[in-house]
Design a protein around this ligand. Sequence first.
Ligand code: ADP
Ligand code: ZN
Ligand code: ZN
Length: 843
Amino acid sequence: MTEARNRVEVALPLPIHGTFTYGVEGALPLPGTRVLVPFRRTERIGWVVGAGGDAPVKGLRSVLAVLDRRPTVPPDIVELCRWMADYYVTPLGIALRSALPSVLSDVSRDYLTWLGGDDRLRLGLKPRARRLADALMDGSGARRVATLRRTLGMGSIWPEIRALEACGLIGHETVPPSEPAVRTRRVVRVARTIGTLQERDELFGRAGRQREAYELLEAAGGTSELSHLTGAERFSRSVVAALEEKGLVTVVEEERMRDPFSEDTPIEPHRHTPSEAQRAALARLVAALDAPAPAPFVLQGVTGSGKTLVYIELLREALRRGRSAIVLVPEIALTPQTVSRFRAHFGDEVAVLHSGLSDGERYDAWRLLRAGERRVAVGARSALFAPLTDLGVVVVDEEHDGSYKQSEAPRYQARDLAVVRAAAHGAVCVLGSATPSLESRYNVESGKFERLLLPERVGGARLPVVRVLDLRTGRKGKEGPRGSSAQAPGPGAPDTRSGASPPPGAQRVFAPELVEAVRLRLQRREQVILLLNRRGYSSFVQCRECGEVERCENCSISLTYHRVARRIMCHHCRFEAPAPSRCPRCGSGDLSFRGLGTEQVERVAGEVFPDARVARMDVDTTSGKWAHQRILDRVERHEVDILLGTQMIAKGLDFPRVTLVGVVNADVGIHLPDFRASERTFQLLAQVAGRAGRGALGGEVLIQTSMPEHYAVRAALTHDYEGFARRELEERRKPAYPPHVRLANIVVSSPDQELAAQAAQEAARWLSKALRGAPGAAAAGVELVGPAPAPIERLHGRWRWHFLLRAERAGPLGAAATLLLTRYRLPSGDVRIALDRDPVALL
Ligand code: ADP
Ligand code: ZN
Ligand code: ZN
């Protein structure tokens, strides 16, 4: 064998830093081409990312097969991933895998078909190739490579596949998994609504589980999958049967909901005349389209100022110039209205990439974009990697949203990558928000970004009046802290309901002013949104005798009581157990269920407003693929009077009949030991307030809080983004936090508490020494803070210690992070190190 073999550099999706060199026969495959390579004792799919060097490599192995004739991954995506891998200190293969449809990195999706042809070709084959040919020839259609390998038992057959392909005897294709054949599912649907509480009591009597199941259905907008009720919610089939018997619900076989974004007839596009401010912003953006290297824009427009119309008109201009566009939205399930607007205007040009797509559908959408048959990609975070050519516009809507940060490796911030990708194409990048992140604001101040303002709501609507209701005064002389009922408020608890005046205890949840305000809206047949950013019924269970709080087995987190499921659950690792009736430590039966959650608010709302149709939207009511959509559709059709939920209901919704927003408790999250706690609180309040009064009816917002003086709350009262930003930027000066400095959070974890602590200390020591000795001043100015136990000390059964790298500039910080991750060797044992650059939270 000659040593003149070509070499390629291959990125593999493995948690190993660096790329791998392989030999390859024949022409050098281009970057972005997928190859199958031997790795240790298995085969893996990797991507060619360049030519290999010519330094001698010991035991150089060869590429088994070149899987694509043309590179599947466009070169600019390879480059973007390279940037991402360097910046976030992640292996390039991991970066590529997270950017591409999963089908493309799945080894088991390769199929061969027999094409036949001249039989003399077959007869002239070498024995191994001949065996493969014979196996394929028997005419049973496409065969999976993985299966063939097993049945033939001749080891890797890729050299033979290539030989057969080269002489045209077989075809080779990567095929996505096929759709499940079954297209129906069983759905339980409310058949009869129960008007009064009294009727409810009579109907259910002591049948607590039936009542719970029925009320869960109500909360979920009237329907739920049977499998969800009997599975996650743990209702027995007989409970559902009893409800059926009573005529309260029906169980029907329903066709699986079709992808709502692929409907043939999208909604009619609105054709508004742009306001003066919209026109001015648009003029600036369109001008930038024709500039060679436009700076990124921050489109800062109050809620309801019509930012979407600006995006749409900008896209129209880009398409007219033959260019393509990407629109990122926080979570597609929560923003169906925004997505339909794009579909309404651009119809078949749009590919909607959302989490409800199967692997095959996602791959199809990706191929349509790659082929240029769709020129607008709309989707969450990962839509940023849409394979579009001649990119003209990248929009990041609600750019402040936390979901733009990926929480596992490569832990990228899509907002930042959007800027990088746009710059590479000379495209216009628009970051839109009513409450821009402090990072973006900082970039505006330093002149890196250009700001465009939409200071008023469109169509004559005004920002709602916001008032605060002080929970402390409301509680004076009352029965103590909220949620302190003496018993598990389960089905056995005595009913304290009465007809007219709010039941006692309700005041712990709703102040009288809020009750009045809701009643007024119900009378006027308007709609109400109630926010509480905490799910479950009670956020913890505490023993009154000994003070014990029920905690997760795997995490240092208290367990949340879920009344419907009658269980206590960990919201981090999903550990769950039956709700306790006695203290596990001292055996006392005197338990208190404390900390208000959405389930409890729902129950109390049902008691205080018995005639209102209430829907609850949180993680527990939205388990099905299209569950969000179903609930929001019902709100849109005004089949719901009160929509209550967690932060899910604060984003992007545009319902003109919503005239009141109530925040049940603004303090949730404000005390978290995290430097962004105030910013998140302000953003959440401002965003949810923005759902009120978007139509001609006007709006009002009532915020319940025990911290009315907190600057995040005060700024929300007057819609004062500027005031908030100024104050918050001051708060982050000492100690210094982003955006004044750059951060990386390094978390060292182990099931062994001692080992985690030791490893973290050793890693930090190693790094500070290495930085001192670093040649030149590569990592100068990098400060090391910690190590210390992480605020959440234990998670998923692992003890966690962390330390921070802090620097004025990104370059040195990156150098220090790379040094640590690529050079430092962890002590032996089960220890992991994870780096989170530009973290959104330090928990
Ligand atoms: P934002 O995203 O800024 O909160 P939206 O883009 O959702 O606001 O727009 C709010 C509402 O105003 C939408 O229903 C939209 O159709 C409408 N709208 C947008 N521009 C105009 C305009 N120039 N005149 C009247 N209505 C408009
Ligand atoms: Zn106890
Ligand atoms: Zn847990």
